[in-house]
Design a protein around this ligand. Structure first.
Ligand code: OGA
Ligand code: MN
Length: 291
């Protein structure tokens, strides 16, 4: 059977049917997937039973992989990658010998863009579920093209030529990264500066590019003004009507366009296990080109 694309019915997200990621994919199939990915921003593939090698092969169809990002301080230098796969990051609440085997714990991971604290954030991430809790731990996505296109004019005018600092010190679950200290003054937040609007290099569409709320700061503004603007634009960007949430089953795989969506994760009971393997696909430096 040929692959089939089944839209979520929300403002982003689609499922790909009739695909087995243990096998190599032909160019025709890949063209259909790339096209759907540009259109729906997040793709879901259910019911897989793949190895890390399969995950890496599938991810590499879309670009070069980047090794996993800087670990959490609480991991005390333990590798967060499975043996032999430095390009794969483990996302998990499970501990072994008193240390986490992966990142993000069991708490809520608040809305964010992956690695936006770097000059060149990743283009995409691919997340595969090996173990999932019976409830909680759903992952949500928000469409930043739509957030851009519906932004109230007053806010657009305030933000359009501004640059924002994307904090490197904390990850999306609020854990401090290795080698960083708590930020006390957001004008000194460590991390990359990016335009608040971003032109997608493939589609040419404009997207809101917020990255992460904690310790964010709009360069050049008094802190209170920056905070008020950020609160307003974040409230807009994460409106429920821009979102789609996925409830995981073992064997599900999601890939998202990290240039055009925000994502988050619900908390879950820490006495249950959640183990995900993730790859990160290389990306470019964000830019904004006014239409
Ligand atoms: C990530 C992430 C959410 C999740 O891997 O970047 O935010 O559902 N994960 O595990
Ligand atoms: Mn993430």
């Amino acid at each position: 059977m040929p692959i089939e694309i089944c839209p979520s019915g929300r403002e982003l997200g689609a499922e790909i049917l009739n695909i087995d990621l243990r096998e190599e994919l032909d160019t025709e199939t890949l063209d259909v997937i790339r096209q759907a990915w540009r259109e729906y921003l997040v793709l879901l593939i259910r019911g897989q039973d793949i190895s890390d090698g399969d995950l890496v092969r599938f991810s590499e169809y879309f670009g070069e992989l980047r090794t996993s990002p800087l670990g959490e301080a609480r991991m005390k230098g333990r590798s967060r990658s499975p043996d032999g796969f430095p390009q794969v990051a483990i996302i998990s609440n499970v501990t072994k010998d008193g240390l986490p085997i992966g990142s993000l714990g069991n708490g809520e991971a608040i809305w964010h863009t992956d690695m936006s604290y770097l000059e060149s954030p990743i283009m995409a991430a691919v997340l595969y579920a090996l173990e999932v809790p019976p409830s909680g731990g759903d992952t949500g996505f928000a469409n930043m093209y739509l957030a851009h296109d519906t932004l109230p004019e007053e806010l657009r005018a305030e933000l359009v030529d501004r640059v924002c600092i994307h904090d490197h010190s904390l990850n999306s679950a609020g854990f401090l990264r290795r080698g960083y200290e708590e930020v006390t003054d957001v004008t000194q937040t460590p991390g990359a500066r990016h335009p608040l609007f971003r032109t997608h290099p493939e589609t040419g569409r404009q997207a809101l590019f917020l990255g992460r709320r904690r310790n964010a700061y709009i360069s050049g503004l008094p802190v209170e003004e920056s905070e008020a603007l950020l609160d307003a634009v974040w409230a807009h960007a994460t409106k429920p009507e821009f979102t789609w949430h996925h409830k995981w089953n073992v064997g599900d795989l999601l890939m998202w366009d990290n240039r055009a969506v925000l994502h988050r994760r619900d908390s879950f009971d820490n006495s249950t296990r959640r183990v995900m393997h993730r790859t990160q696909i290389e990306g470019d430096k964000p830019f904004y080109q006014a239409a």
